[in-house]
Write a protein that binds this ligand. Structure first.
Ligand code: MG
Length: 160
């Protein structure tokens, strides 16, 4: 078994859709980024790559490459899961914590879990997504940005 950890943060600005875990959530601001800025997807992709010691998302999908401009980050996440499978690993379970003051994420967590499970091709029971506020402190608390932390457990597969 191998464990991987990932972190990501994006600035929240006006004029950008708020996309998290592939789910579009109504809000007046959204993550700034070369791709769609999906911090959850990026942290989770890094956790999966990290478990395989395959570098990070930026190494595989550089933000200097116009191909990934406004990219759907779930496609990047799916590609990272494929890299892990190619390296001989099956994704066991993943756990993500998102830190943001607003919008309220609780009503969207089930949809996010379902999208992630579909993207990773694992059972939704093996996908956990939690939302926290930082109680008004720091960049996640004052509305400047959003952060996500993820861990992934991968297991050597038998060529499956
Ligand atoms: Mg990112």
């Amino acid at each position: 078994m191998r464990v991987g950890h990932g972190f990501d943060a994006h600035r929240l600005v006006e004029g950008r859709p708020f996309v998290l875990g592939g789910v579009r959530i109504p809000f007046e601001r959204g993550p700034l980024g070369h791709s769609d800025g999906d911090a959850l997807a990026h942290a989770l992709a890094d956790a999966i790559l990290g478990a395989c010691a395959l570098g990070d998302l930026g190494a595989h999908f550089p933000d200097t490459d116009p191909r990934w401009k406004d990219a759907d980050s779930l496609e990047l996440l799916a590609a990272c899961a494929e890299l892990a499978r190619g390296a001989g690993y099956a994704i066991g379970n993943v756990d993500v914590t998102v830190v943001v003051q607003a919008p309220r994420l609780a009503p969207h967590l089930a949809a996010i879990r379902s999208r992630l499970a579909e993207t990773l091709r694992i059972d939704p029971a093996n996908v956990s997504v939690k939302a926290k506020s930082s109680e008004g402190m720091g960049y996640t608390g004052d509305g400047t940005g959003i952060a996500a932390y993820a861990v992934a457990l991968l297991e050597r597969s038998n060529g499956a």
